[in-house]
Design a protein around this ligand. Structure first.
Ligand code: AHG
Ligand code: MN
Ligand code: MN
Length: 330
């Protein structure tokens, strides 16, 4: 049974960049994931972790203690490995420079991260996750990083993935050579290959959307929901919605389903963040044989204009997403 490290070394010829650097990136990610996993598992036991931190984050959302903890753990973990030069996080207004100018070694990787996804589920024992994404800096070394290093199109990602802290803890990633999942054996702290070559199945089974917002959805989305519920061909689909993108995505990729977070009357850009949530999930979606769209365009081709930009987000099996796009056109 391969460990994550062994799998990366075994597949070194398929990665375009340095395998040694990829291993160091994963060394940071694994360490932070294990630290968060440990806290998540005792969330119900300690006041330190459950509940709100009393702070409103840059998204205007109530920050949970675990959001802040996860953010700090990831920053520290990347700092200590000298492989990342800058990080942008959902929990921080501006990007964070990890290696200052003049330092001897100048790493070239940029990380974008949603340290804790699904925060509203922390206190109620439902799956949550971390979403990460890696790019190569645009500004040449040793110049200072600029915002343009972070505002790259999703199609420039060299690595993306998530960790789901669920009934087991699983790390799923892609470097552009398929999607692979590794399950944490908590007794020895090692991630083992458990889900090689994940792909959306042929079968269309599930639709995932917060239907409580139905009245505020655009007409195309309302019509698509009715289409999902129609008794015809392989429908109705079953409805499943956790409220943690990571959890909803993971289930849909394994069981065959579409995830939808559309714009609404009050949020014309939708809710999910292009850089921290949609781009990494779109990269994974395409690598798993699916399609990711804002309802009209490919997510990975959107030019980001600011760090915390939001976008409507739809991902899943190609046929289901294309069908939804047809309804958006009408
Ligand atoms: P986060 O916890 O990082 O702010 O993300 C929450 C997101 C996403 O995970 C989830 O799919 C969505 O918000 C749920 O939103 P609604 O509660 O509006 O359905
Ligand atoms: Mn999130
Ligand atoms: Mn978050």
């Amino acid at each position: 049974m391969y460990t994550l490290g062994e799998f990366i070394i075994e597949n070194r010829d398929r990665f375009l960049y340095s395998t040694e650097e990829l291993l160091r990136l994963f060394s940071s990610i694994k360490l932070a994931a294990k630290a968060i996993n440990k806290e998540v598992n005792k969330a119900g036991l300690t006041e330190k972790i459950i509940g709100s931190s009393g702070i409103t984050n840059i998204q205007g959302e109530n920050q949970q203690k675990l959001d802040d903890f996860a953010h700090r753990v990831f920053i520290e973990s990347f700092k200590s490995r000298n492989v990342v030069c800058g990080i942008a996080s959902e929990e921080s207004k501006d990007f964070i420079v990890i290696v200052e100018k003049g330092e001897k070694e100048n790493p070239k990787y940029i990380v974008l991260i949603d340290p804790l996804d699904g925060s509203s589920n922390i206190d109620v024992n439902v799956s949550i996750g971390t979403i990460f994404s890696v790019y190569i800096r645009r500004t040449p070394i040793p110049m200072d990083l600029t915002i343009e290093d972070f505002l790259q199109k999703g199609n420039k990602q060299i690595l993306a993935g998530y960790i789901i802290y669920g009934s087991s803890t699983i790390l799923v990633y892609t470097t552009g050579n398929g999607v692979h999942g590794f399950t944490l054996d908590p007794s020895i702290g090692t991630f083992y290959l458990s889900h090689p070559n994940l792909r959306f199945p042929e079968i269309e089974r599930i639709y995932s959307i917060n239907e409580g917002n139905y009245a505020k959805f655009p007409n195309g989305i309302k019509k698509f929901i009715k289409y999902c519920q129609e008794k015809k061909e392989n429908r109705p689909y079953t409805a499943r919605y956790i409220g943690s993108l990571v959890g909803d995505f993971h289930r849909n990729m394994i069981q065959g389903g579409i995830y939808i977070y559309p714009k609404t009357e009050h949020s014309p850009e939708g809710k999910l963040r292009l850089l921290y949530e949609c781009n990494p999930m779109a990269f994974l979606t395409e690598q798993a044989g699916g399609k990711a769209s804002d309802g009209k365009k490919r997510i990975l081709d959107i030019k980001p204009l600011n760090l915390h930009q939001r976008t409507p987000f739809i991902c899943g099996p190609v046929r289901m997403v294309s069908k939804l796009e047809e309804f958006m056109d009408r």
